[in-house]
Write a protein that binds this ligand. Structure first.
Ligand SMILES: NC(=O)c1ccc[n+]([C@@H]2O[C@H](COP(=O)([O-])OP(=O)(O)OC[C@H]3O[C@@H](n4cnc5c(N)ncnc54)[C@H](OP(=O)(O)O)[C@@H]3O)[C@@H](O)[C@H]2O)c1
Length: 200
């Protein structure tokens, strides 16, 4: 990506209170991109907001929201539209894993993971893509995992959600080939973040 192309643009990053989301936020801010950061923990979001706006002199807004709730993608989209913001870069990063044998893992946790890792990613992409296509400019980065590439016992459902993200993103990018909107998928390997504590 051309170094200056994101200067003055705006990125929406989900899961930006810790881990990879904070790294994406800093990287985009260093390119002059304004930010909207979303996660549940308001105190951590405020810390990230303060650090990035002080250091990179870009606008950083935060939204504290549980993105696994069915109504959240629409609520977030409408809040951003109402504030008159255009989202040029969407980073669908919020996600989590649940470690353990399928027979033992609680359905409540599993359902929350399916909702956050797949439904929310798909819904946010649908909502913001439409505006990107109207402006014929945009980047979508969906975070999958190396787990997306094979069946992963003890992470059976988590890896399957990431296979969904991988295949959805690749197909979408193909559909976008004649536009100036791109969809990229990132598949990190094991990375030291809060992920492993959350996954148990
Ligand atoms: N670390 C790894 O080894 C690894 C490897 C492959 C892929 N990944 C993927 O990388 C992405 C980022 O994970 P990470 O490693 O950076 O882990 P992390 O440090 O646990 O970060 C996860 C982020 O998602 C947010 N989040 C979780 N549930 C949420 C919800 N219901 N609503 C809103 N935000 C929520 C968390 O914030 P709050 O708790 O404040 O809401 C946090 O900001 C995930 O999609 C993960 O699957 C990680």
């Amino acid at each position: 990506m051309d170094g200056d192309i994101l200067r003055g643009k705006r990125a929406l990053i989900t899961g930006a209170s810790s881990g990879l989301g904070v790294a994406f936020a800093k990287d985009l801010a260093a390119r002059g991109c304004n930010l909207i950061l979303v996660a549940r923990r308001d105190d951590l979001l405020r810390n990230v907001q303060r650090e990035i706006s002080d250091r990179y002199k870009v606008e950083v807004e935060i939204v504290s929201m549980d993105l696994s709730a069915a109504e959240s993608p629409t609520a977030l989209y409408e809040q951003i539209k109402k504030a008159g913001r255009a989202v040029d870069v969407l980073v669908n990063n919020a996600g989590f894993g649940v470690y353990g044998e399928f027979k033992d893992v609680s359905w409540k946790k599993e359902k929350e993971m399916l909702d956050l890792n797949m439904i929310t990613v798909t819904h946010l992409t649908k909502l913001f893509l439409s505006d990107m296509l109207d402006r014929n400019f945009g980047y979508i980065l969906n975070v999958a995992s190396t787990g997306a590439y094979q069946a992963t016992p003890l992470y059976a459902i988590y890896s399957a959600t990431k296979s969904f993200v991988l295949l959805f993103s690749e197909a979408l990018n193909y559909e976008l080939k004649n536009t100036n909107v791109k969809c990229t998928v990132l598949s990190p390997g094991v990375t030291e973040t809060e992920f492993h504590k959350v996954a148990g």
